[in-house]
Design a protein around this ligand. Structure first.
Ligand code: G4P
Length: 528
């Protein structure tokens, strides 16, 4: 395999969680272990606080932070770790789903007090679709949380994944004494604000050893012996193959804010987490060790300075070696382009890089060549699949408030939707522009950015749709007739693909039943 040394030391992953479970805190601790930051508090939360949903400066601040922390690369024990950030706010969920297409595994953070929450469920659905390997970190054990076994059961049931405890907690809240590491057979005693090299760990090969009673007291020692026996009986040894296949998730208990239990997880992570994986394209599977370079764009970020329209496209490298100043083939546009200032996200600063390897993410300056999902190769014509667009949840008509600025508005909408901020549909038969988003906040972002960056004023009129379905049919005539009869509910997406906009589940089911020759799809992937 070419570049084997570089590929085998890379781990590319994302941390996902419901807001407030501790994603930012855990990220910070991992960066501290990797030496990428020196002090706590250096990683800013990318959350938009609830009270600030209509505060535009807050949106801008968020954009600033999220570009700076989009990818965090650090080294730990010979491994090169690429941590891809995902937005905290649920209205940007689509952004998170796309980022998940660029990682090889995830760490899921669960708040021990709240258990499984709404966003955890949705994120895990996306992980399950792709069989992404998951490690679970049950956080905030220093708070009075749910019973450890109830939590495990809840996670297994709600997230439809089998778990494998790697550590077991000894109590929680103010009685939290630490964890027992089932793998290394050692006891880790809890102290608040643990430094990386100051862990209080004791090897306990025989759990019946009196030292356990001395360390945590007789009652808790007896309970731990019982717990370990139970867990050993039920779970046995971790089957890494099952983890890599996305069937089993190793679980760690800890407290991110106290840096407790984090190192154990990180050590396991670098041992078991997958190195860059092969990826599907429309023609064949592409593997990292191939000679020739390939990669795809999963995120586009506009320049924060409205005077400069250039953007940064984030490209995940899938195979071969990416080199600065070399011409690569842009498959969709069928043209060759090169990049003189690609940058990486190593440690604290953005650095221009000479080359990069599979698993890495490079930032490419873009003057409008890229759309989400675009593929670059060394000449071969294929594109990476599995970067779907899902149906938006809110639909609004875009109303131009200044006819003198029509051109600017069109350009702005085009560019913002290329970035993946929202989806654009054009109604059949009319020219009504429909914007679809996951959350209300995105409409505010669009309105604000169109005015600030393109000088175009617009407003939105609510439409009664609840879902968009992409349509295909072997019988073109039937599809055409359907689109004509259902004109008010028919539109085309940005790439000209036919879409049915359903008013309600009832309408959708009726149309599906009445039109057996037409297929209704819930993602745009079918049209690639
Ligand atoms: P998020 O990115 O997933 O949204 O969560 P974040 O890390 O911002 O954490 C949310 C809150 O939970 C923060 O408190 C953080 O300090 C706290 N937290 C994280 N890990 C632990 C833990 O192990 N134990 C306890 N008790 N709390 C934890 P905050 O008050 O919202 O913010 P801050 O003022 O502390 O920054």
């Amino acid at each position: 395999m070419k570049y084997e040394k570089e590929i085998s030391r890379r781990r590319t992953f994302a941390i996902i969680s419901h807001p407030d479970a501790g994603k930012t805190t855990l990220t910070e601790k991992l960066l501290l272990f990797g030496g990428a930051i020196q002090t706590a508090g250096a990683v800013k939360s990318n959350k938009i606080k609830k009270h600030a949903t209509s505060d535009f400066m807050e949106i801008e601040r968020q954009r600033g932070i999220s570009v700076a922390t989009s990818v965090m690369t650090f080294e730990y024990k010979d491994c090169l770790i690429n941590l891809l950030d995902t937005p905290g706010h649920k209205d940007f969920a689509e952004d998170t789903y796309r980022t998940l297409t660029a990682v090889d595994s995830v760490i899921l953070v669960i708040d021990s007090v709240n258990g499984v929450e709404a966003q955890t469920r949705r994120l895990m659905e996306v992980c399950r679709m792709r069989d992404t390997p998951v490690i679970v970190f049950i956080n905030k054990m220093d708070r009075d949380g749910k019973n450890r076994f109830d939590l495990l059961e809840e996670i297994e049931k709600e997230l439809k994944i089998s778990l494998h405890p790697m550590t077991l907690p000894i109590n929680s809240g103010k009685d939290f004494k630490g964890v027992y590491d089932l793998h290394t057979k050692s006891l880790l005693l809890f102290t608040a604000n643990t430094k990386a090299d100051e862990e209080d760990a004791f090897a306990i090969n025989d759990l019946n050893d009196k030292i356990l009673d001395d360390k945590i007291g007789e009652r808790d020692a007896a309970q731990l012996r019982e717990d370990v026996e139970l867990v050993d009986g039920v779970y046995g040894k971790l089957n890494v193959e099952d983890y890599l296949a996305g069937k089993i998730a190793p679980v760690f208990f800890g407290s991110a804010v106290n840096n407790f239990g984090v190192k154990e997880m990180l050590d396991t992570f670098i041992n078991v987490a997958p190195t860059p994986l092969c990826r599907e394209t429309n023609t064949r599977e592409v593997c990292p060790g191939e000679d020739k370079f390939s990669g795809f764009v999963f995120k586009i970020h506009a320049n924060l300075d409205p005077k400069h329209r250039d953007r940064i496209a984030f490209m995940r490298i899938c195979s071969g070696r990416f080199e600065r100043n070399k011409y690569y083939h842009h498959v969709r546009l069928d043209k060759d382009i090169r990049f003189s200032n690609p940058y990486s996200f190593l440690a604290r600063s953005k650095d221009v890089i000479e080359d990069a390897y599979p698993g890495d993410v490079v930032g490419l300056f873009d003057t409008g060549n890229f759309k989400i999902g675009d593929t670059l190769t060394e000449g071969e014509d294929f594109y990476f699949t599995g970067i779907p667009t899902f149906s938006p949840e809110i639909f609004k008509e875009l109303v131009n408030k200044d006819p003198m600025k029509t051109k600017q508005l069109e350009k702005g909408v085009q560019q913002l939707t290329d970035e993946g901020v929202a989806q654009l549909f054009t109604q059949f038969g009319g020219n009504k522009k429909i914007i679809g988003c996951v959350g209300e906040l995105q409409f505010e972002v669009i309105q604000y950015r169109l005015l600030q960056e393109y000088g175009a004023a617009c407003e939105f009129r609510t439409l009664p749709f609840y879902k968009a379905c992409w349509l295909t049919s072997k019988d073109e005539k039937k599809l055409e007739d359907f689109l004509r009869f259902k004109q008010t509910n028919s539109a085309e997406d940005k790439d000209g693909n036919p879409v049915y906009l359903a008013q309600s589940e009832w309408f959708l089911n009726t149309e599906i039943t009445n039109n057996p020759d037409i297929q209704f799809h819930f993602s745009s992937e079918v049209h690639k």
